[in-house]
Design a protein around this ligand. Structure first.
Ligand code: KMH
Ligand code: ZN
Length: 271
């Protein structure tokens, strides 16, 4: 089995300080958070950024400042979000790839997202794919439901993105696929044989799905974007605490953890 790539989704677009008092908002806080996750064993940071008021933004300058500060502290890989927040335009969302990331997300389908709709039309997916390919950035295909896998495969068949593909199954978003073992097993079996995959479980599905990801040879994502708790009713102290748990689980289950440089090869990043 390949070594385990741990991604830390440290900020997200929706979480607030009221829900998680230790949430990082400024570029300096985000960089320190990323560094602590790197020290704990994360090979990659899935990055969202916030504006001065603490709201999600896809502003390229804000992304660039955060990416630079993270890179000044440690060699962790940086994957920028192009998902942004619900309601943002495609043009707004794709700005983040101007920050020279190692990787970027590409959500391959529209779904309900709680009480809202996270829109990713065919036109948007093709636009994002073309722009990432032009910049030599490998996309992580964010799949919140099963049909999104097929949309990702179709993008490759049409020549918008290169194979082998890398998927992230984000399970447990209310309105999309639930975070259950059965769903993960199906999604894992539904991707091309040469593809790699990561799993992220929202809320209480985080730790069970991470454990399955370790056992099944996938890769895993944890962090405040997906889950602010350590246990039931017990807020996590930090993103690093969530990463530390993954490292312990991996050790107990006999899976080695990848460094950022190893992760770059395992995921087949382009640069
Ligand atoms: N904030 C969600 C609506 C991504 O980062 O690519 C979308 C999201 C996906 O977080
Ligand atoms: Zn995200």
């Amino acid at each position: 089995m390949e070594k385990l790539v741990i991604t830390a989704a440290i900020v997200g677009a929706e979480v607030t300080r009221a829900e998680q008092p230790n949430l990082s908002l400024s570029a300096a806080e985000i960089a320190e958070d990323a560094y602590q996750c790197y020290k704990a064993g994360a090979a990659m940071i899935h990055l969202h950024v916030r504006d001065a008021a603490g709201n999600a933004t896809q502003d390229k300058e804000v992304f660039t400042a955060a990416v630079k500060l993270i890179r000044a502290k440690c060699p962790v890989l940086v994957q920028v979000s192009t998902g942004g927040a619900v309601g943002m335009s495609a043009e707004e969302r794709i700005q983040s790839i101007e920050a020279d990331p190692d990787m970027a997300t590409l959500s391959t389908g529209t779904c309900n997202f709680g009480t809202e709709v996270f829109e990713n039309t065919q036109e948007m997916m093709e636009l994002f794919a073309k722009k990432m390919t032009a910049k030599n950035i490998k996309p992580e295909l964010e799949c919140f439901d099963v049909g999104m896998i097929d949309n990702g495969v179709r993008l490759a068949k049409k020549g918008f993105i290169k194979t082998p593909l890398h998927f992230d199954f984000v399970l447990g978003v209310p309105g999309a696929a639930p975070g259950t073992p059965e769903v993960l097993m199906f999604m894992k079996s539904h991707i091309p044989a040469d593809a790699t995959w990561t799993v992220a479980g929202v809320g209480r599905s985080e730790t069970p799905l991470v454990t399955m990801g370790i056992i099944l040879g996938g890769h895993v994502r944890v962090g405040f974007e997906d889950n602010v708790f350590y246990g039931k009713g017990d807020l996590a102290k930090s993103n690093a605490q969530l990463v530390e748990r993954v490292v312990r689980l991996a050790k107990e289950l006999g899976r080695e953890v990848a460094t950022p440089e190893e992760a770059r090869k395992i995921l087949g990043l382009y640069k």
